[in-house]
Design a protein around this ligand. Sequence first.
Ligand SMILES: Nc1ncnc2c1ncn2[C@@H]1O[C@H](COP(=O)(O)OP(=O)(O)OP(=O)(O)O)[C@@H](O)[C@H]1O
Ligand SMILES: [Mg+2]
Length: 328
Amino acid sequence: MIQVKNLQKLFKIKKRKPGFLGSIQSLVYAETDWIRAVDNISFEIGQGELVGYIGQNGAGKSTTIKMLTGILKPTSGEILVNGVDPSRDRKKNAFQIGVVFGQRSQLWMDLPVEESFDLLRSIYKIDSAVYKQKIELFSDLLGLKDFFQQQARKLSLGQRMKADLAASLLHSPKVLFLDEPTIGLDLLVKERVRTFIRQINEEEKVTIILTTHDVQDIEYLAGRIIIIDRGKIAYDGGISNFNRILGNDSAVSVHFQIPVDLKTVPKPFEIKEKVSANNYIIRLPDGEPLSLLLEFFQSKAYPLQEINREKPELGDAIKKMYAGREDE
Ligand SMILES: Nc1ncnc2c1ncn2[C@@H]1O[C@H](COP(=O)(O)OP(=O)(O)OP(=O)(O)O)[C@@H](O)[C@H]1O
Ligand SMILES: [Mg+2]
């Protein structure tokens, strides 16, 4: 559905000399510098995939999204979105994609939401029966009707985001680009938006690229993540694999009925943490059967009370990766 090959975006910036004289000199003769915002990236995304596109501030995420949506022209490289080159055929691309920038609304600020939607209906030539059906759907899922008559400028942030999401999907796009769609939302609205994104992906089979700094968004939504770091792809793959690469194996929390003095466990298990004499966290390398561990406790006559599997923290893994980069 989306093919990106050796994509690059360089931004030209003026080097300013310090001081007053310097700024006058810059007017006449300014040295230029280049920022490599996106540095030779390649990836493919299949139809119906939901991919988390993550990275630190300034990593190049929004720049990538802007090229995929045709807002920015690549410096070099190739993009095909459902067979369309977005910068060459921007209009055709616009009909098959939806875009939400959490930081900026796409709605007409001075118009009531309903009128913005009406405009979109005529721009995209949406059949009125289909339109009606969509409005009903978005009212059910996002409570759209509650603020449909409201001027966009006067919407709360959460309402605005819901309106933007609904607007981006009116014309039944095949691909949806979401650039920080949950930024600034309260927990309940975040959850609503997440559930909505998931539904759109699963039920309507919309291919989604999601940019976010919210680890929970990623954990809830994305099976696959692409991590971009200073313009380059640092990781592309599944979340569980990412955890494994960074040594974040899953773990179990073991509660004993009595205090025990646990010094070792059979390899490849490992004691990760002693929470108390009754409770230990034990690292569980992927694929190792838990039964081996249970047999060991039995042989030692340590009575078990409870055993819980702990999910590896994606956030920890991401932090670890970012920190690793900073040390370089
Ligand atoms: N129009 C522009 N002109 C010059 N430099 C730009 C322009 N747009 C982006 N940049 C630079 O390109 C780099 C990547 O920016 P981008 O907005 O893609 O980052 P991001 O990953 O979306 O970050 P954030 O998480 O903060 O939104 C940054 O160094 C930024 O300053
Ligand atoms: Mg950004």
